[in-house]
Design a protein around this ligand. Sequence first.
Ligand code: 6PG
Length: 263
Amino acid sequence: MRDQIHVCEDSEALALHARDWLVELIGRHPSEQTPFSIALSGGSTPKRLYQLLSELPAGTVDWNRVRLIWGDERNVPPSHAESNFRMVKENWLSHVPIPPENILAVPDPGGPPELAAENYERLLRERFGCPDQVPILDCVLLGMGDDVHTASLFPGTKALGERRRLVVANHVPKLDRWRITLTPPLINAARHVAFLISGVNKQSALSSLWHAPLDPEQFPSQLVRPAGGQLLFLVDQQALGDVPPPESSVVEVIGNWGSARNN
Ligand code: 6PG
């Protein structure tokens, strides 16, 4: 499946397009199947998307049919200012009726990170009914740092090499922090993986991701290669700049702000 790149005019257009894309994906999900599962990104880029999802007219999405997990979490309590759970709750979850049982947050994220990771993996395996197999998530939302990290898969860190576990604790020397993160095997098993990348400070990282020699130790986002699923880049023109999209990708300009550049 060819990578898709949707280019939006700015960060607001990116968030609006991401909302519409996600709502459409959820709407297409067969009602007889288990809830539509989404691994959420932390950081600042998706915040506006979460706000827009919280503002949807009642009934637009049957929130009973949505199950949320976190792509990564900081090693802090859920009430902490740096908590991804808190960010999602404040901008989205506290405004919509998603059943609590569908909100699968990292257990005790502020406790010992390895224990939190083990407990999260156990929870995911139990709730997705995958004692041994890798759960197939319907959607993984990812951000990307200007160092080409994604989730909490940072350059030069131990988690990059994980190929068996679904969730690990990962020490990030540059931040002097522990993180809990989904691993490449779980991310790459998903049906749809979407990067949300916004802002001029991401241009260099996007260029490395797409055009630097394959070197996931240095450019961790290169590890994201869904085995059978769709890989979508939702970018704004500030992040894209003059970075040429990969030859094999399908580029779509979203909205009438620029001439269509479909490959
Ligand atoms: C986190 C995220 C992380 C984030 C990138 C980009 O916990 O911070 O999961 O991977 O997506 O750091 O962050 P921004 O969107 O703030 O640039």
